[in-house]
Write a protein that binds this ligand. Structure first.
Ligand code: 5GP
Ligand code: ZN
Length: 114
């Protein structure tokens, strides 16, 4: 399978360390870093190294990689809190997606309302 990188994509640049970020976890297929504008005490973004536009494209192309992102979210919530977390994939502009490289928002570190 070809490696997909979009030279104009912000998160491809972060994964490739062309733009600095605060790394939380990385392995061969994913990279996790702290959101620059945290919406919870702990707010981490987990992204595949390869470029997919959204979670639907990722699910269809590589369901195992999507499952791995969920495992990494759990690991982060175990390390940074008590294992509780909220996992969010904004999909589409009208849902608030602003970066079109799929990313899981992992919100944890404190009790979450609503
Ligand atoms: P979306 O709105 O697409 O679901 O989420 C994009 C997220 O990326 C936002 O929560 C935003 O704060 C975060 N973000 C945008 N630019 C940067 C950046 O340069 N560095 C980091 N660490 N996070 C970013
Ligand atoms: Zn990308």
């Amino acid at each position: 399978r070809k490696t997909m990188t979009d030279p104009d994509c912000l998160f491809c640049k972060i994964v490739n360390c062309d733009i600095p970020s605060e790394k939380v976890y990385e392995d061969a297929s994913v990279y996790a870093f702290r959101d620059i504008n945290p919406k919870a005490k702990v707010h981490v973004l987990v992204v595949p190294r390869e470029h997919y536009r959204n979670v639907d494209e990722l699910a269809r192309a590589d369901a195992q990689l999507l499952a791995h992102i969920v495992e990494v979210a759990q690991r982060i919530a175990d390390q940074e809190y008590d294992g509780s977390y909220r996992l969010v994939f904004n999909t589409g502009e009208k849902a608030g997606q602003t970066v079109f490289h799929v990313h899981a928002h992992v919100l944890t570190g404190e009790p979450l309302d609503e």
